[in-house]
Design a protein around this ligand. Structure first.
Ligand SMILES: [Cu+2]
Length: 384
């Protein structure tokens, strides 16, 4: 309602302004000032110099942006393939900068040089095959090179050797959180379907499948350093996108299908925190937080906690109201720490059994209890 009123007020203001300019025009009738709508040499000169002004604005703003926001880039990639992505990105940036630097100068300079002059008539110029060939072939070759290099990098990154020793983990997306399913001892994820979601079986594992028996579901992702992780992505509801910026990894999570992405982490969380650029970044963030805390404490509010770096899995598709907060912490451990962390995690099968054994203990127990199908599943499991 408020926005409708604001829009009405703005429209009325615009109409009032338009009417005022008409009144102003009428008051000028008969005055000696030049009110023809044909540009004079003075107008053309002003426009010509404004072109240079705009050119200066573009470059000053670009340099300002690079200095002010340049340090905010992600910096060192934390995955083995990350360097390739960064390389491709940097080459693209450099090309864009060179091309834009040349073309913008030419566009603005020619607009100035050939500005209108009293009595001067524009030359009619139909075409020039040589010129057109030059400005078609050069971009075509450069773009083809860039695309071929991109395709080469993409196939390199996306290729997963079937025989390679990978850790298989499922990333399960739903509005608005992530869950990770570990494939357990057999390194094979059991079958899953949204129809099996019930009670503590939050990602819809088929409990009757033999591969499901050792599957583990967690809400904090731990992965070992130096080992290729094969992520299998699923979504429960809408399109999400699993985005792990520090690892230069992103893949859509599509309802009804399984997508995948594999990478090898090369720094543990502890090692990445110690990298000089990260130490500096965290110090800067904490300096800002300390400043903000002072203001908060002065107002009698609690101070902010100091920031420590963690890798994150974010959702990179606008999937609903709480999309902005759809994230999961990723911890890269040493292989030993990873094994130790994984060792005592309960399997989903055992969690389901426990929840069925103590129906009063959990809030979800009632719905599980009422499902005879689920009891059959557990019976199948028990028989194995
Ligand atoms: Cu999402």
């Amino acid at each position: 309602m408020t926005s409708l009123l604001v829009i009405i007020v703005l429209v009325l203001l615009a109409i009032a302004l338009w009417q005022l300019t008409k009144i102003f025009d009428l008051t000028q009738v008969g005055s000696t000032s030049d009110n023809t709508e044909i540009a004079t040499d003075k107008d053309n000169n002003i426009q010509g110099y404004l072109m240079f002004g705009f050119l200066a604005f573009i470059y000053i703003f670009t340099i300002y942006g690079l200095i002010k926001w340049g340090p905010l880039v992600l910096h060192t990639p934390a995955s083995a393939h990350g360097g390739q992505v960064d390389n491709l990105m940097n080459i693209t940036w450099i090309l864009i900068f060179i091309v834009q630097a040349i073309t913008q100068v030419l566009v603005h300079y020619f607009a100035f040089k050939y500005r209108g002059k009293e009595g001067q008539k524009a030359l009619f110029f139909a075409d020039n095959n040589k010129l057109e060939a030059v400005w078609s072939i050069i971009p075509a070759v450069v773009l083809a090179g860039l695309i071929l290099y991109g395709l080469y990098a993409w196939t390199n990154i996306m290729f997963v050797d079937e025989d390679e020793d990978t850790v298989v983990i499922e990333l399960y997306a739903q509005q608005f959180n992530w869950k990770a399913r570990y494939s357990g001892e057999d390194n094979v994820l059991g079958k899953a379907n949204v129809r099996y979601i019930e009670g503590v079986n939050t990602v819809g594992i088929d409990l009757a499948d033999s591969y499901s028996q050792d599957d583990i579901v967690v809400t904090e992702l731990h992965i070992p350093k130096g080992k290729k992780i094969l992520f299998k992505m699923r979504s429960q509801d809408v399109l999400h996108s699993a985005y792990m910026p520090h690892f230069r990894a992103q893949m859509n999570c599509v309802p009804g299908m399984v997508t995948q992405f594999a990478f090898e982490p090369i720094y543990t969380t502890a090692e990445y925190r110690e990298l000089p650029f990260m130490v500096e970044k965290v110090a800067n963030i904490n300096a800002l937080r300390a400043k903000k805390s002072e203001a908060l404490v002065a107002k009698g509010e609690p101070a902010l906690d100091p920031y420590t770096f963690d890798y994150l899995l974010l959702c990179n598709k606008i999937c609903g109201a709480s999309h902005y907060n759809m994230q999961m912490k990723i911890i890269v451990d040493t292989p030993e720490d990873y094994q130790a962390w994984l060792k005592d995690k309960a399997t989903v099968v055992n969690e389901v059994k426990a929840s069925l054994a103590a129906p009063a203990a959990t809030g979800d127990a009632k719905s599980i209890d009422s499902s005879s199908a689920k009891k059959d599943d557990v019976a199948v499991m028990a028989a194995k």
